[in-house]
Unconditional design. Sequence first.
Length: 333
Amino acid sequence: MQAGAAGGAAGPAAPAHGEPTAEVEVTIECHGLRNMDTFSKSDPMAIVYAQTGDSWTQVGVTETVWDNLNPKFSKSFVLRYYFERTQLYKFEVYDVDDEQRRMDLSRQELIGVTAPLALGEIVATAGGKSVPLLARDGRELGHGTLTVEGTEQQGGNDVAHLTLRGEGLAALDWFGSSDPILVIHRGSGDGRWVKVWESAPIKANVNPRWKPFSIPVRKLCVGDASRPLLLEILDWERSVRAPSGLSAMAGAMIHSFLDLTLFLGCGAGANRLVGVGGAGRAPADRVPHDDAGDTDGPHPWAADSPPPSAGQGKGRGIDRGRPGYGRGDAVIR
């Protein structure tokens, strides 16, 4: 087995003249993983391999998602899709026991592997291709599935540079504070949300300022500026450490990238949108959510107000949030 560079387009050699190709973004999530830890949940990561001749070459590795048996990985992979070739990929999922040496797989526990999957089948399956995780010898384990989705890349090479902060967030910890993380999902078009970015937690702070970050517009919204984006603020302790039954939600809002660039004045200095947990929240049937921070279960909000229009979204004074969720500001530079 060979190791290759992570990120970028991966796969066979350059196409022959006139051969149809496309760049495809591959995203990964898992459901119902086996719990490999005694006093907490598994800490999964996924590894992607491409078949090259008679061997398998490592394409890349996701981040580690802590204490989660239903992880949605924000790390995605851009692959070169050849319409007239059969390209095989396989995926391995590990429970990370040693984060400092996470690529030393002898120090991690294998949760399961997939059978080889054709990239063409992944791309053609609406909603993603779901397959069971197997033992290395091919035996079915009876638990755990991996879903891989391929989305053709569209648009140019634009990059969004974002600065985001929250103000007056709900204090969800026992000692009157929160450890907020910010998660961004894009709408899939079939009612699901695909995680595209997640911040590091900011400890004990209800007025967090996350580090500025950059993300390709193709990854953020697949080049479709009108595609809805879900911005969630979760309490880190509750989303990955606390027992089930405690809500990790500090607030959220839905807007498109076009909304952000139009009425937040992207590129024209710092601008503010009030609406985390207040104006701009999603109807309950559009943003399913469970206590672990996964968009899979029923959402705790009531659908009592629609998202604001562009005219409503400017400035302050539109916080209509449920008491206890506080007010959040999204600041874009």
